[in-house]
Write a protein that binds this ligand. Structure first.
Ligand code: DAH
Length: 360
């Protein structure tokens, strides 16, 4: 009997002295766990005579109940004091400014904005969007576009080539979005009416050139589309994109292997203290190349040039973004400086639409 008193005193003291929940748990396991002191005592009941079991059973179970209750009480007290301690140490300065949500702080890059703007304009004219890979074959980037092997026109574009493959062929980073014309014509029968925005690469870097830049290609193939249609489309595009009522455009003869005839297009503008205004002034700024798709290109894509014809154009997205939004240098476009982006970027939920305004 004395044993049990001593054990109870010892266990209750251990409960009281447990300074945190893990310590208390250790005391519980030592008393009530499978091999705990009280559990071991309970196991002895089975070996006793019925009378002794009745008497001892009541005593040991009483001990068990009191220790269990003491542990529960101590656990509650420890929880409470841990909470009090947190409440006393954690403070919240309610005078601090509320942090802005990501939709307020985040900005859409001007290139993404301009791609959305021009997609909205051309979608309204019935164009679909086509895309192709940045890594291209020499065949799609040059040969099928009617660049003859070894022709100097291939050197017009400072191409990034990959290491030659064992069979001698060489992949490259596409130098223009024009290979997607080939992909589109090989995959779809005319009528074709697509725009092709995307990244392009050339080994070039200065204030208006970066090794990676963006173009949007246009391609229309059917049985009757001609340069008159192309001229109207480009004129409507420029008015909608630059958000002006009037643009004067100048079409100059040019050369591209994949078009015949080929033209370059300038728009009239006034350059004033670094600012550019459209539809007035007596400067001209080149913005794109275009032309009627060369019969060889049609043939290379399995189309009969006696049946099908059409036009294409290629426009520098970065350049028209700089012009529209007054950004003097192209290089910061790709430096990922959040200060530049928060200055020139666009609010994420202001989607450009023709009805609602392109640039908000
Ligand atoms: N691919 C040409 C370039 O990057 C641009 C171009 C010119 C595209 C005329 C065309 C085109 O589709 O018809 O310089």
């Amino acid at each position: 009997m004395t044993d049990l008193h001593a054990l109870e005193t010892e266990l209750l003291a251990a409960v009281t002295n447990a300074s945190d929940e893990p310590a208390l748990e250790a005391v519980r396991v030592a008393a009530l766990g499978r091999n705990g002191s009280i559990s071991t005592l309970l196991k002895t009941l089975g070996t006793m005579s019925p009378e002794a079991r009745k008497e001892q059973g009541a005593v040991i179970n009483g001990l068990k109940d009191r220790v269990t209750a003491a542990i529960a009480e101590r656990k509650e007290a420890l929880k409470q004091s841990a909470l009090d301690q947190r409440l006393n140490t954690e403070t919240l300065d309610v005078s601090l400014a509320v942090p802005e949500p990501p939709t307020e702080v985040g900005r859409i890059h001007p290139i993404s904005q301009v791609v959305d703007e021009l997609t909205a304009i051309f979608a309204d004219m019935g164009f679909a969007v086509a895309e192709g890979p940045d890594i291209e074959s020499d065949d799609y980037n040059f040969t099928k576009l009617n660049f003859p092997e070894g022709h100097p026109a291939r050197e017009m574009q400072d191409t990034f080539f990959f290491q030659p493959k064992p069979d001698g062929s060489q992949l490259l980073l596409r130098t223009h979005t024009s290979p997607v014309q080939i992909r589109t014509m090989l995959a779809h029968k005319p009528p074709i009416r697509v725009i092709i925005p995307g990244r392009t690469y050339r080994s070039d870097s200065d204030q208006t050139h970066t090794p990676m830049f963006h173009q949007v290609e246009g391609l229309v193939i059917d049985t009757s589309s001609h340069l008159g249609h192309l001229k109207w489309i480009l004129q409507e595009f420029c008015k909608a994109f630059f958000e002006v009522d009037q643009v004067n455009m100048r079409f100059r003869p040019s050369f591209f292997p994949f078009t015949e005839p080929s033209l370059e297009v300038d728009i009239q503008c006034r350059r004033d203290k670094g600012e550019v205004r459209f539809g007035e002034g007596d400067d001209w700024m080149e913005i794109l190349g275009c032309g009627m798709v060369h019969p060889n290109v049609l043939r290379n894509c399995g189309l009969d040039p006696d049946e099908y014809q059409g036009f294409a154009w290629g426009l520098g997205i970065d350049r028209i973004a700089m012009l529209k939004y007054g950004m003097p240098d192209l290089r910061p476009f790709f430096e990922a400086d959040v200060r530049w982006l928060s200055h020139y970027g666009f609010r994420p939920l202001d989607f450009p639409t023709l009805a609602g305004g392109l640039s908000g």
